[in-house]
Design a protein around this ligand. Structure first.
Ligand code: KG4
Ligand code: ZN
Length: 337
């Protein structure tokens, strides 16, 4: 079964074709980051309009790469939520249009289920269960993945995501958007213990995070006086150190609590070298295997949506022709009964 996947929940437009036996046949992603950079963050209305412009060329490119036409597609999967309402509507209507006109089965996918299953794209041998740390610009979550369609959120950020803390600090230091990679680069020249920024909520037994107060503490420090280049590097390094330590402590607690022996780290922030090293070291001590999916599958893409769709369609799930998006949607709402 060839499944067409469509993703448009935020600022990436993406299309993919996944086949049960052969795996991923083709995928294409267009990132709007250059357009939003000017505004220092994603502008929802611009995102929606740009999805409209890019989605058909991306479909054509993906089908050509897969050596297919729409005649070769047997089912459609699209991101139904969570995400930006207008952005979600573009992919949803596009996917429903294709399914309706060709009488194909269609299923709406939870964006986070896509992220959780993404490691299977490059590591088909990865077996359930595993713990996942999802760290992106929008999410910081620890999730128990028991099997396909059975997920439990063990802890999550009560306010801002870890990626936002990276981006906000980078903006205050004048490093541009998205700031994570630039901040990590500047941090290399800095002293990680120069500033003692908070490690939010590490003294609480639960697995939740909070980065809002942390962002304020960093902003107050930066506002004290104009920073020399070395001081800016020290702030960057200390911020990175505090975020990495916080994520590592909570991940360790989640691994100890669940006893899982496999740990998947995904989302844009998982590109951070210090975070990878720190999680790897912690997991080795617990004799836990760590998997970092290929970066192209860690960040937003449609390959993960097509894969999740393939499994759900195979399990007999289908949607009717009425169209609905879910800008807010709890992950546990999609568990198989
Ligand atoms: O998953 P993603 O590409 O997009 C969504 O948020 O959906 O994640 C983007 C986030 C941004 O906050 C970006 O600054 C951060 O990932 N990021 C990094 C690094 N590369 C990307 N943060 C820290 N270090 C990095 N090397
Ligand atoms: Zn995402």
């Amino acid at each position: 079964m060839h499944v067409l996947g469509v993703e448009s929940s935020c600022d990436e437009t993406a299309v993919a074709v996944y086949e049960g036996e052969k795996g991923l046949l083709a995928h294409a992603v267009y990132s709007q980051v250059d357009m939003h950079r000017f505004y220092g963050g994603v502008v929802p209305e611009l995102a929606s309009r740009d999805h409209i412009q890019k989605i058909i060329p991306l479909l054509n490119k993906t089908l050509a790469e897969a050596h297919l036409t729409l005649d070769g597609i047997d089912g459609v999967a699209y991101t139904k939520g969570p995400g930006l309402m207008g952005a979600l509507l573009v992919g949803t209507l596009f996917a429903h249009g294709i399914a309706w006109s060709r009488n194909l089965p269609i299923v709406g996918i939870h964006h986070l289920e896509g992220h959780l299953l993404a490691p299977l794209l490059s590591m088909p041998s990865l077996a359930f269960p595993f713990l996942a740390l999802l760290v992106s610009g929008g999410h910081t979550q620890l999730i128990a993945v028991f099997e396909l369609g059975r997920y439990q959120v063990l802890g999550e950020s009560l306010d801002d995501a870890a990626g936002e803390a990276f981006d906000k600090t980078a903006r205050l230091l004048g490093l541009g958007y998205p700031g994570g990679p630039a901040l990590a680069k500047l941090a290399q020249a800095g002293n990680p213990s120069a500033f003692n920024f908070p490690r939010p909520m590490i003294n609480r037994k639960n697995l939740d995070f909070s980065f809002s107060g942390f962002k304020t503490a960093v902003a107050q420090q930066i506002a004290k006086k104009p920073l020399e280049r070395q001081e800016a590097a020290d702030v960057a390094s200390s911020v990175q150190q505090a975020i990495v330590e916080t994520l590592t402590i909570k991940s360790q607690r989640a691994l100890e609590k669940t006893g899982f022996k496999q740990f998947v780290v995904t989302g844009g922030v998982s590109a951070n070298t210090l975070l990878r090293q720190s999680l790897q070291k912690m997991a080795s001590k617990l004799e836990v295997a760590v998997y970092f999916p290929q970066l192209e599958f860690c960040t937003d893409n449609a390959a993960m949506i097509a894969l999740a769709g393939y499994h759900r369609l195979k399990a007999g799930q289908r949607e009717g022709f009425s169209v609905e998006v879910k800008p807010r949607w709890e992950l546990e709402d999609i568990n198989f009964d």
